[in-house]
Design a protein around this ligand. Structure first.
Ligand code: COA
Length: 223
């Protein structure tokens, strides 16, 4: 996939420069207050207010945020400075995502999803040096395209690109890029099927031999 395609869309149009002080205050408000407020689905008014508070402060922190973004209770995103997130997308309850993730529109995240960032893969080539001193392997930011559903406790490794319309099953460990509309599950995650492929019954119907056009009816009177 060409690099420019990997640089995803999210909500670039909404990028506005923010004063640094405002961002630091909002980071503090999020990590000291917002993160501990109830989830959006908690008893209606409190949940709604908590969601709005988190959305308000995160809008000042993230590089860009679309409309109706839902950052849930307990979500962790480091400094969050380079995050791009599109309309109607969320970071789920107790999820951890890196500070430079790109999330498209209409993305759903189950609880405790873990996306590992570009600078969290320790190098380990040198056998004479402790791994903790070898620095990190670089990789591009994780990209989650539009309309993706990440199931509970899915883990996404650094540099992964998740194609639009795909589903990552609960507990899956995603070690390779995911093509559009794939449904993946397991460890390591494998494609179990495609949302836009015909289902098994439809496939079987497709492979049945065609009825000959001029076949005589079984009970033909002409026999
Ligand atoms: C991935 C998922 C959407 C697939 O749903 P589905 O298309 O109905 O899949 P099926 O139940 O028909 O299962 C198909 C196969 O995949 C396997 N499978 C399904 N989900 C799996 C998962 N999460 N991990 C491992 N294997 C899985 C099934 O065991 C089955 O295998 P088999 O054919 O060998 O029996 C669903 O199983 C899932 O994980 N949903 C996430 C739910 C969640 O986390 N919600 C949180 C709130 S947002």
């Amino acid at each position: 996939m060409p690099d420019e395609d990997r640089d995803m869309p999210a909500a670039r149009d909404n990028v506005t420069p923010r004063p640094r002080a405002a961002m630091i205050i909002c980071q503090a408000l999020y990590y000291l207050v917002g993160r501990y407020l109830p989830p959006s689905y908690a008893c209606s008014l409190l949940g709604r207010l908590s969601k709005q508070f988190r959305a308000l402060v995160c809008r000042q922190i993230f590089r860009s945020a679309g409309r109706n973004v839902n950052v849930e209770h307990g979500a962790y995103f480091g400094s969050g400075r380079l995050i791009e997130i599109g309309d109607n997308s969320g970071i789920g309850v107790d999820c951890h995502v890196p500070a430079d993730i790109r999330i498209g529109r209409d993305v759903m995240m189950g609880p405790e999803v873990l996306v590992i960032g570009r600078n969290q893969n320790h190098r380990f080539d040198d056998l004479d040096l402790p791994m903790r001193l070898q620095g990190y392997a670089d990789s591009p930011p994780v990209v989650i395209e539009d309309d993706v559903w990440l199931g509970a406790r899915a883990i996404v490794l650094p540099g992964i690109h998740i194609g639009r319309g795909s589903i990552i099953g609960a507990g899956a460990i995603v070690t390779r890029d995911v093509p559009p509309f794939a449904i993946c599950a397991g460890n390591p995650a494998r494609i179990i099927r495609f949302r836009n492929a015909p289902c098994e019954e439809e496939r079987q119907l497709d492979t049945l031999p065609p009825v000959p056009a001029c076949a005589a009816p079984v009970n033909s009177l002409e026999e």
